[in-house]
Structures are given as structure tokens and as C-alpha cells.
Design a protein around this ligand. Structure first.
Ligand code: 3HC
Length: 284
């Protein structure tokens, strides 16, 4: 099946990034979020990214005008009724994901693919909430979406092969490298990366080193592009904690116990870059 028009539901960091790379690859995109300020925030972010790209000579002003013409913004989920795929990127909460996917199943064309960008949750459980579980698939992007090359593709237990193949092709067309993963909590990357960030938070909580020292150590000693605590700030400490909690519950293994440093930061509302404070202060 050919995908021409892409819908993105959820215009936060991930949704905005997914809309950006899809438009840049030539797709028409309908970007929806029920909160008008979040839609406007995403549009501002895209405008800034494209203005920067023009400044750097990476794209022409004409190309950017074409990108903008391909973007439809909306606060009404019903505007997704005629897209060929919806990439849902709402908050990482199973009940909310099930609710919006059920809604999507009711309002989209019968052959629309419903993809979910989840960090760790069960695709099968999300799919079972819809009227078309065989057309629901996991499509996991990485932050920052315009830069990170990977998309994990995760079929649920009843996802059909043509749907999996269609999102693999879509990922390639938007300049990403798809990797197929079987359904399991956290799939490949987060199963490995989140416990790593969690252990860094434990090292911080135990006072073994400062955030700066921990990050410096992992960059210079292990060749990481950025330190684990700066990464948690970038991803969002609430998101990382939600994944840790999920692993701890699913695997019932103490090795996944969430760090108290994450819990304390979330309780304080220090969620990382998006709130101006996490392990680091971004207020300036
Ligand atoms: N958005 C868009 N573009 C960005 C960006 C952002 N937030 N941050 C950096 N960039 C671009 C820059 O504009 C620059 O582009 P250019 O080459 O065209 O000039 C390029 O990326 C390199 O940026 P910098 O030179 O400023 O910085 P670095 O070389 O240090 O790269 C980084 C920044 C790409 C963020 C790098 O540090 C990195 O790869 N970090 C690790 C990121 C990572 O692990 N992500 C996965 C998180 S887990 C996840 O997302 C899963 C989820 O489910 C939790």
C-alpha cells in the first residue's frame, strides 16, 4: 500500500520532529494536538528549524515555503480521517494511548495504518483497544528526531506483514534506518539505554560524583555522544521514570528498580530541558 498523507497525533517534542522529517521527505502532514498552545509551540519549533536550515544553506527559501504548504495544523482529531497512516505520539501512558487509538480506529479510513510511537509499552495491548489490531504497529523514533537515524519497527501479535512492510518503507523514505524488533518491554534501545541512565542517576543519588562528573566520565571514558544525565534531561525525566517503572513492573526484577533521584526530580517538577531544570539548570 502506498502512503501519501501522514497524520501525526501529539505535537510535543517527538510529534513535532516526526512531522518535520515527514514533510521534508515530501509527505503532506496533518499535525494534531488537542492543546492549541502545544500545536503553536510545534509550529514555532518547525519554523525555527527551517529558518536555521536556510541560514546554513541546507535548503532554499522556496523549499521551506513548500514544506509549510504541506503542513496542516489542527486541534481536532477528526482532521485525521483521510490520512493513510497516523503516527501517534501522545504522552507515554497506556490508558491515554489506548483511548486515542480507539478513537482513531473509529474515525480513520478502514485501511489507515495506526502507528504508535511508544518508548516501551505493549503494541499488542494498544492494538487490542482498536477496531483494527492487525493494522496497528509500533514505530519508535528517537530524540532529537531530525538527527537520530533509527526507527524501531515493532509489530504486535496480530499485525499483518503488509503493515509492517509499509512502515519499514515509510521509515526509509523519511531518511531513517528501520530495525525490526519483537514486542518486549522497551524493545531494543530503551531496554539497554534506560537502565544505563537509571544507574547513572543512582550514582548521582549516592553522591559518588556530580552530574557534570558523571556525564564527563561517560563521554570521555566510554565515548558516549552525551552523558547519561544530560540525556535524561533531554528525553524528559518523567518519560525515563515511566519507562523504569514499567520495566520494574513487567520484569518483576529488582535490577530495573527506578532510581530515587528520578522520582525526586519528577516530584519537584524538574523534568529536564522542557521545564528548564533537571539534573542541570537551563533557565539561562
Ligand atoms: N533538534 C534538532 N537538531 C539538533 C538538535 C535538536 N534537539 N540537537 C542537535 N541538533 C543538530 C544540530 O543542529 C547539528 O546539525 P548540523 O550538523 O546540521 O549543524 C547536529 O545535530 C549536531 O549538533 P551539535 O554539534 O550541536 O551537537 P552534537 O554533535 O553533540 O550532537 C546530539 C547532539 C545529536 C544530541 C548528540 O549529542 C547525540 O547523539 N546524543 C545522544 C542522543 C540520544 O541518545 N538519543 C536517544 C535518546 S532515547 C530516545 O529518544 C527514546 C525515547 O523513547 C526515550
Amino acid at each position: 500500500m502506498e502512503i501519501k498523507k501522514v497524520g501525526v497525533l501529539g505535537a510535543g517534542t517527538m510529534g513535532a520532529g516526526i512531522a518535520q522529517v515527514s514533510i521534508e521527505a515530501g509527505y503532506s502532514v496533518v499535525l494534531v494536538d488537542v492543546v492549541p498552545e502545544i500545536v503553536e509551540g510545534a509550529i514555532n519549533r518547525l519554523d525555527k528549524a527551517w529558518a536555521k536550515a536556510v541560514e546554513k544553506g541546507k535548503v532554499t527559501e522556496e523549499a521551506v515555503a513548500d514544506y509549510k504548504a504541506k503542513l496542516i495544523k489542527s486541534t481536532d482529531i477528526h482532521d485525521l480521517n483521510d490520512v493513510d497512516i497516523v503516527i501517534e505520539a501522545v504522552v507515554e501512558n497506556i490508558d491515554i494511548k489506548k483511548k486515542v487509538q480507539k478513537q482513531l480506529g473509529e474515525l480513520c479510513k478502514t485501511d489507515t495504518i495506526l502507528a504508535t510511537n511508544t518508548s516501551a509499552l505493549s503494541i499488542t495491548e494498544i492494538a487490542a483497544a482498536t477496531n483494527r489490531p492487525e493494522r496497528v504497529v509500533g514505530m519508535h523514533f528517537f530524540n532529537p528526531v531530525p538527527v537520530m537515524k533509527l526507527v524501531e519497527v515493532i509489530p504486535g501479535v496480530v499485525t499483518t506483514d503488509d503493515v509492517t512492510q509499509a512502515v519499514i518503507e515509510l521509515a526509509k523514505k523519511i531518511g531513517k534506518e528501520p530495525v525490526l524488533a519483537k514486542e518486549s518491554p522497551g524493545f531494543i534501545v530503551n531496554r539497554i539505554l534506560v537502565p544505563y541512565m537509571n544507574e547513572a542517576a543512582n550514582v548521582f543519588y549516592e553522591g559518588i560524583a556530580t552530574a557534570e562528573e558523571i556525564d564527563k566520565a561517560m563521554k570521555l571514558g566510554a565515548g558516549m555522544p552525551m552523558g547519561p544525565l544530560a540525556l535524561a534531561d533531554m528525553v524528559g525525566i518523567d518519560v525515563v521514570l515511566a519507562v523504569c517503572d514499567f520495566f520494574f513492573k513487567e520484569f518483576a526484577d529488582s535490577k530495573y528498580r527506578p532510581s530515587l533521584a528520578f522520582r525526586q526530580k519528577v516530584r519537584a517538577g524538574h523534568l529536564g530541558k522542557k521545564t528548564g531544570r533537571g539534573f542541570y539548570d537551563y533557565s539561562n
